[in-house]
Each structure stands twice: as C-alpha cells, then as structure tokens.
Write a protein that binds this ligand. Sequence first.
Ligand SMILES: Nc1ncnc2c1ncn2[C@@H]1O[C@H](COP(=O)(O)OP(=O)(O)O)[C@@H](O)[C@H]1O
Ligand SMILES: [Mg+2]
Length: 363
Amino acid sequence: MARVSFTQVSKRYDDAVALDRLDLTIEEGEFVALLGPSGSGKTTTLNLLAGLIEADEGEIRIGDRVVNDLTPDKRDVAMVFQNYALYPHMTVFENLEFPLQARDARIATTEVEARVGRVAETLGLGELLHRYPKELSGGQQQRVALGRAMIRDPKVFLLDEPLSNLDARLRIRMRRDIKALHQKLGSTIVYVTHDQAEAMTLADRIAVFAGGRLQQFASPAEIYGRPANLFVAGFVGEREPSLLTGTLARAADRLRFTSPEGELLVPIAEAPHVAHHAGRATLCLRPEALVIASDGEPATITEIEHAGAEAFVYARLAGGAELCVRAEAGAGHRPGDAIRLAVIGARLLAFDPDTQFSLARWT
Ligand SMILES: Nc1ncnc2c1ncn2[C@@H]1O[C@H](COP(=O)(O)OP(=O)(O)O)[C@@H](O)[C@H]1O
Ligand SMILES: [Mg+2]
C-alpha cells in the first residue's frame, strides 16, 4: 500500500499533449477511477505511474519516493490490462507463479505454493489451477490476470479497462468482485475506465479527464451531483442530458429560465444553489432532473423509449426544445400527448455558457 502523487506532470507526443500538467494525489488504500472518453489521457497517466513511459515534466511519487527515474520493476506496482495477457502455453498455476519466479528464480517451492494457494483462494480459482487459459471463460481469465497482479503483493494496483472485453452482465458481476477484493486487500488501486457507471460503483474518488486535462477529482456523489463543469455533467449519468442556453433571472419566489427554445420555472426554495445567479446560463437537464407534473410547462410527447421498469419520454416545449424525462413504465403515455414538465430544483445544473464552469454555489 502506498500513496501516489503526480505534481505538474505532462506528457507530449510530437505536437500532441497527451497529459497536461496533472496534479493528483491518491491516498494510501484508496480506490481511484480515472474516467474519461477515449484519448483523454487515462492510459498515459497509468503508464507514467507504471514506468512504461517517461514524463516530459513534473514529479511522480509512490509512497515517499520520487519514481520518475525508476524502471517499472523497481516501482513495486502491478498492472492488469484489458486483454488479460495470460501466457497461453502455461496453466493457471504457472501463470500465477510466473511473476514470483521472474523476480527470484531461487524462491522456495513451498513459498510459491503457499502464495499461489492464497491468491487462488481469494479469487476462487482453486479448481482451475491445472487448466490452460483457453479452457477458461472470459471472467475466469480476468480473475487469473488479477491474481497474477496480486501475487507479488504490490504497493499499487493499476488496472486499465480490465472488464471491457466481458459481456454486460459479467462486467457487473466482476465489478462486485473487484470491489470486494479491494475491501479485503485494502490496497491502493488506480482503475482506468471510460464507463461512468463502472467508475461510480467502484471508486472512492473519480478523476475525470478530457483532452489530457483533469476536469474534477471528487467522490462519485459529488461528481454526479455537483459537477464542476459542463463536460463532467454531460459525461456522468446513465443518459445524455438535455442542454438549453438562455437567461436565468429571479421572478418573485421563482427562478425563471427563458430561451428562444423554451421557458422553465423553478421555485427558488428548491434550487438555492443557483438563486444568486442572474444572466446567461446553460442548463443541463438529466432525465432524472425532470418530472411530469401538473404545474409544469406545457410540452408535447415526441417519442417514448421503454427501458424495462422505466420509460424515457421525449417531449417538446412550445419553443421547440426537446427534453427527455424519466417516467414510470406503464404510465400510458403516447406520442402526441400533451403533458407538463417541471424541473426538480435540487437537481438543476447551470453553467456559464462561455467558460462552461458550474454556476452553482453549494453551501
Ligand atoms: N504512443 C503514442 N504515440 C502518439 N500519440 C499517443 C501515443 N499514446 C497515446 N497517444 C495520444 O495521447 C492521447 C491520450 O492517449 P491515452 O492516454 O491512451 O488516452 P485514453 O487512455 O484516455 O484513451 C491521445 O490523443 C492519443 O492519441
Ligand atoms: Mg486507454
């Protein structure tokens, strides 16, 4: 276990900046997800920490040591990749013992067996030790890859999209396994993913990246509920939010949002975090921030997407804006129906249209 820190770390490839002056400190024992779209600098960050690539600027520390000039094997980290990278001609047992033999060719057989046994038990691989990788399911292969990372008891685990080759349900099951593993081992984990749901469920804190820059580093609840900018707001959440740019102003006890595309009213008491603002704003309205309610703005249903227990209703305001609202399945809505849409004030997210920074003041 160890704390990890990046101080003003940058990495360029030719003219492209892959990582731009990263400042990030991960506490000992913490599970941190690096979240962002493809090409945002997540793998670069992980590879810099592993020592697979070199920083152009800045300082990287693991524990108390500056590791910039240390080779990967001196850094005491273990990495798990998306494609498992198991040795196909070796059994599970041989795959697991390999890192031990590689480090110390004279390690005692009893020591190897004890360590492999411990890891196999933790990961439920006991029955599979004599199989070859091709005789395992994707989930089992990924567990072996995790086991191979665990075997040396590294200071830090680095995982790069370890579940993205698995099907959706297995991915959710493996998430729980990884979470349980972290609770058991208490190790520092840095976990790269482009899947916001995976980051939300696994991590103690999430570092959101875009374009090689850290956008926000905070708990899942804060990333979701109090996003620092429009990018973060749009990237997290199950569904794409509706965006509306216009003007926000106080009108008696309500906030009035006006735009050529539509109007919305929100009681100030429900949205105190934006009540101080008067002027231009971009609203970011997630489906769960809207509700079909009799005191809302008139809208016409354009489309309904059924999603099992719930439905996503698309509706157009008089001004033309189309908003998506989450509703219960079986409510009997149909395209063409007239409804009314209201904003759930506490979930109202508003951003500066120019800087894209949040306008909210949370107290
Ligand atoms: N070896 C490389 N040579 C040139 N450009 C690279 C190399 N590795 C990464 N990049 C670029 O750096 C940026 C960040 O890449 P990466 O960290 O792999 O993104 P992510 O893991 O978030 O998808 C991307 O624009 C990518 O094209
Ligand atoms: Mg990557």
